[in-house]
Write a protein that binds this ligand. Structure first.
Ligand SMILES: [Zn+2]
Length: 347
């Protein structure tokens, strides 16, 4: 920390990060990240850590910003491995900076918040996202960045769209970035944008827990951690959206490609037998969702996120899905495998 003022802002950022991390409508599992620029050092959330742990655990890693930005500028693949730019003497635990570090470095403002806000994602998956956001964000200097894989491709996508004064980014099929000079202003902007983008969720009937227990019988499946997760199987439009593919990167990372829906009369063991593999989650139309017994806390958080997002998407809207190639590049990406491993061990 360069100065007392920087140390105070970092403390304020950790408090805000923990509160963002505790709100499942704002961020889920190890998703989302926050940062503070102190001189030429960028303090950013570590990969695989959860924002909700920002006060109880040391999750911020210092990164040398100038060489990282140079790598982005030169399209140097090293920009995809932000750990190459971590400042080792200030990073005794050897944490890796977030795979989205370049997003934060590119924004000129001192404080940057990146969240997987459910309201934002519900718009950012619609093919008409840019027009729909434009109708809502009057008076805000924002830019729309079409979907790119997080890391160097997303950094290049942002660099193309950034113009002076922009402090809000809507990332297609991904989420929201807000930036400001202080933590207080960043928090205010975050809540303002979120309330402007908010849409009501379609209501559903209650899950049929007794039916789900019967469907799980003789299998390794269990109920999801959050009762809210069931909604995606209970609402016909949500289920159709989920079944059609993957809508954002963390879904692929934690739950695999798309969603599996049981056929009429099929139980959990039957679905696994039909597919030749046991999916992380299974949607049972009209009953609810079952999770594989060994699903991680991150998988549970993302399954609930899917319900929260799809319930807000306009049922008549055409959606953008990640392509097979985009799914594959996420699954096979070393940086994501690292994050997934940390998550599985509770790191
Ligand atoms: Zn993200």
């Amino acid at each position: 920390m360069a100065t007392q003022a920087d140390a105070q802002e970092l403390a304020a950022l950790r408090t805000l990060s923990a509160s963002i991390g505790l709100n499942p409508h704002m961020t889920q599992a190890a998703g989302g990240n926050t940062s503070l620029k102190a001189g030429d050092t960028l303090w950013i959330k570590a990969s695989g850590t959860w924002l909700r742990d920002a006060l109880s655990d040391d999750i911020m890693v210092p990164v040398a910003m100038a060489p990282l930005l140079k790598a982005v500028e030169e399209r140097d693949p090293t920009a995809d491995t932000p750990q190459a730019f971590a400042i080792d003497e200030l990073n005794p635990r050897g944490l890796r900076p977030s795979i989205e570090t370049t997003v934060h470095a590119l924004m000129p403002q001192r404080v940057v918040l990146h969240v997987h806000c459910v309201d934002t994602i519900s718009l950012a998956v619609q093919a008409d996202a840019e027009a729909e956001v434009a109708r809502r964000l009057g008076g805000i200097e924002w830019a729309y960045v079409p979907y790119c894989r997080p890391g160097l491709p997303l950094a290049r996508g942002i660099a193309e769209k950034l113009r002076p004064g922009v402090d809000v980014l809507i990332l297609g099929n991904h989420g929201l970035v807000v930036a400001a000079e202080t933590v207080t202003e960043a928090e205010r902007l975050l809540h303002r944008v979120r309330s402007l983008l908010a849409r009501p969720a379609r209501a559903t009937a209650a899950p049929d827990i007794a039916a789900l227990a019967a469907l799980a019988d003789g299998s390794v499946y269990r109920l999801p951690a959050d009762i809210e997760a069931h909604a995606v199987a209970l609402d016909e439009e949500s289920r159709r959206m989920a079944e059609a593919g993957s809508l954002y990167p963390d879904h692929v990372i934690f739950l695999g490609q798309g969603s599996v829906v049981a056929k009429p009369g099929e139980n959990a063991a039957g679905v696994a037998a039909r597919l030749g593999t046991a999916p992380v989650a299974i949607l049972f139309p009209g009953a609810g969702v079952l999770m594989r017994g060994d699903a991680s806390a991150g998988a549970d958080a993302m399954q609930r996120c899917l319900a929260d997002v799809t319930a807000r998407v306009d049922g008549a809207a055409r959606l953008n899905y990640l392509t097979t190639a985009e799914n594959d590049e996420l699954v096979n990406w070393d940086a994501e495998q690292y994050r997934q491993k940390l998550n599985a061990t509770g790191g």
